[in-house]
Write a protein that binds this ligand. Structure first.
Ligand SMILES: Cc1ncc(COP(=O)(O)O)c(C=O)c1O
Length: 444
């Protein structure tokens, strides 16, 4: 007997892309939604499970993007769906700051146990990665009594006024939208492919910048992504992050890991900082933390978090009980499904496939990343100019694979699959991307 309820496991393109139903919705979108809100793939999603997205025309796509690293445990993960269903029937909102509820405290306890370091930690919750960054900065300023905020080149931290100022690229995030926030400094970081520096030398360069251009006595915090996401999955040289933490600790600067994209088992460790033996003073998490529900956490040393007066942090929706219940379901699966082992499996399968692409396509100058956070950087071998990866992503999309772009020069393809993706789906997706690269580079 055929199991008609069995979830789809492979891609299937049954209409032109976009199909007729998506085309009609795209027209309605153009009337009702500002043009600034784009769509990378011109299809409307009807449903999704694990690593497969189904559109409103019945086309199925292998998803290598996870809504930019959010559905890490898989789309409509069974445990998350069950936890959400149960919580919705009990309590959807009460505002933790007025009448608290237990799931919020449980997520804070999980974060204390799973973020790097065994010091006493405390957490509170907001709604988005940008808000987590904003609050990390507020708390660091309050704790240190200092004004300046440092970030490193190629970083991305969000779209609020403060965080768009912290981004390395003003365009498109802040173009025409000033005045920007004051007291933000962009220091050189570590990008081994471009700077060729080892960790110690890159750290010395960052420290020199901070000492000469900012002044340590005014510096409240240094905010760094352990693996830079939007910048193109840039992995810093070994030793860079611990050297910067040591320097921050010696100078009374709060060092903050923006793990919004790299956190929650994405890289084969619960937090990417662990790959670098980095124990940050504060860890910011969002995206994958609640299996697709909106939640972001600010976790820090108890003495830093407790330096804020009552009412100085918080908000109406932050730490919503349904989102917290979903996060508990995600944290329980870290052990029960060994999510870090799944990310390591993905690296074992995907990395050699990407190395194979690099052998076949000389435009791929580097394969990099960790776990289920891998990327290809494209440079024209003759001119040395970056090759934009948008057309490759578009061609793959029309052939049933959703793959995202990244990079300061828009020349990176990034792979952020769900940890539920199968080896077979990875192989199929890479075959499609191989064809997409061939069609785009041979037409150039
Ligand atoms: C490292 C990092 N920080 C912050 C953000 C902002 O998060 P959000 O879009 O949830 O505001 C992002 C989003 O991509 C991110 O990758």
């Amino acid at each position: 007997m055929t199991d008609i309820a069995a979830p789809a496991v492979s891609r299937s393109v049954v209409t032109e892309i976009p199909g007729p139903n998506s085309r009609a919705l795209i027209e309605r979108k153009a009337q009702a939604v500002p043009q600034a809100i784009p769509h990378q793939l011109p299809v409307f999603v009807a449903s999704a499970h694990d690593a497969i997205i189904t559109d409103v025309d019945g086309n199925r796509f292998i998803d290598l993007g996870c809504g930019i690293g959010v559905t890490t445990v898989g789309h409509t993960n069974d445990a998350v769906v069950e936890a959400v269903r149960e919580q919705v029937g009990k309590l959807t909102h009460s505002l933790f700051g007025t009448t608290p509820y237990e799931p919020y405290v449980r997520v804070a306890e999980y974060l204390a146990a799973h973020t790097p370091g065994d010091h006493h930690k405390k957490s509170f919750f907001v709604n988005s990665g940008s808000e987590a960054v904003e609050n990390g900065v507020k708390i660091a300023r309050k704790f240190t009594g200092r004004r300046a905020v440092a970030v490193v080149e190629h970083g991305y931290h969000g779209r609020t006024n403060l965080t768009m100022t912290m981004n390395y690229k003003p365009a498109p995030y802040a173009t025409g939208m000033g005045p920007l926030a004051s007291d933000i400094f962009h220091a050189p970081g570590s990008y081994p492919l471009q700077d060729g520096l080892n960790g110690a030398d890159a750290a010395e360069r960052t420290q020199y910048y901070l000492e000469k251009h900012v002044g340590v006595s005014d510096l409240a915090c240094l905010v760094i992504e352990p693996i830079q996401g939007e910048g193109g999955f840039i992995v810093p040289a070994d030793g860079y992050l611990p050297a910067m933490q040591e320097w921050c600790t010696a100078n009374g600067v709060v060092m903050i890991a923006d793990e919004v994209q790299s956190g929650i088992c994405r890289t084969g460790r619960t937090f990417a900082s662990e790959h670098f033996d980095w124990v940050p003073d504060m860890v910011l998490s969002a995206k994958g933390i609640a299996g697709g529900m909106p939640l972001a956490g600010v976790t820090g040393r108890a003495e830093i978090m407790d330096s804020v007066h009552v009412g100085g942090i918080g908000g109406t929706f932050g730490g919503n009980p349904v989102s917290c219940a979903a996060a508990v379901a995600v944290f329980e699966q870290i052990e029960s499904r060994d999510l870090n082992a799944e990310a390591q499996r993905i690296e074992r399968v995907l990395r050699p496939l990407l190395d194979g692409l690099a052998e076949r396509h000389p435009e791929i100058i580097e394969v990099r990343g960790k776990g289920a956070m891998l990327a290809l950087e494209f440079i024209d071998p003759e001119s040395g100019a970056p090759i934009a990866t948008g057309p490759i992503s578009e061609a793959a999309g029309r052939d049933g694979v959703l793959v995202l772009t990244a990079g300061t020069d828009y020349n990176v393809l990034r792979f952020l699959p769900s940890l539920a993706i199968t080896d077979e789906q990875l192989r199929e997706a890479v075959e499609v991307i191989d064809r997409a690269i061939e069609s785009v580079t041979s037409a150039a």
